[in-house]
Design a protein around this ligand. Structure first.
Ligand code: CU
Length: 183
């Protein structure tokens, strides 16, 4: 998307420059050709490409039947904090910091206790609503160990702006120890 937008931006700037420096060159092109070229021939393939990319990439975020089940971590939202539980790691308590194993996919099972919130770690994936009485699942992955920031992405009351959380992604070998230390 970035390089595509660079090319389009350069094209538009080129046309703008041309219109300022050599207007006669552009006048030779008939208005109908501008409309067909700029309104149909250019945007249709661009939008088609974006659609295909979005469908293929978006598909990878969804859990599929048959896939080896990744680790599940529960995220519970309430006004105005997040709590995380680790059903696949018996003995791990609830944490306010989300601990992830780096380099592997995790299914976040997201729900809420009071009003609708939205779970979002911008650098790790898309967002998903946290709805009372429902469990929504989103697959995320942190490629590298490190600290990331998560937020509530749906206005949920006067404490909404402080409803952020810290995400710590650990090397897989350190993950169990990190959970143990967080208890
Ligand atoms: Cu919220």
């Amino acid at each position: 998307m970035f390089w595509g937008s660079v090319i389009l931006f350069a094209l538009v700037l080129g046309l703008l420059t041309l219109s300022l420096t050599r207007p006669a060159a552009l006048k030779a092109i008939r208005p109908m050709h501008w409309i067909i070229g700029g309104g149909l021939l250019l945007p249709v393939p661009v939008l088609l490409l974006l659609l295909v990319a979005a469908v293929l990439l978006g598909e990878r975020l969804l859990p599929r039947p048959g896939d080896p089940a990744p680790m599940r971590i529960e995220a519970r939202a309430s006004q105005w904090q997040w709590r995380f539980a680790y059903p696949d790691n018996p003995g791990a308590g609830e944490t306010e910091v989300l601990h992830l194993p780096a380099g592997q996919s995790v299914d976040m099972v997201v729900t809420a206790e009071d009003v609708i919130h939205s779970f979002w770690i911008p650098r790790l994936g898309g967002k998903i609503d946290a709805i009372p009485g429902r469990e929504n699942i989103i697959r995320i992955a942190a490629d590298k160990p490190g600290i990331y920031r998560g937020i509530c992405a749906e206005y949920c009351g006067e404490g909404h702006d402080i409803m952020g959380f810290v995400v710590e992604a650990h090397a897989p070998a350190d993950f169990a120890a990190a959970l143990e230390a967080a208890r």
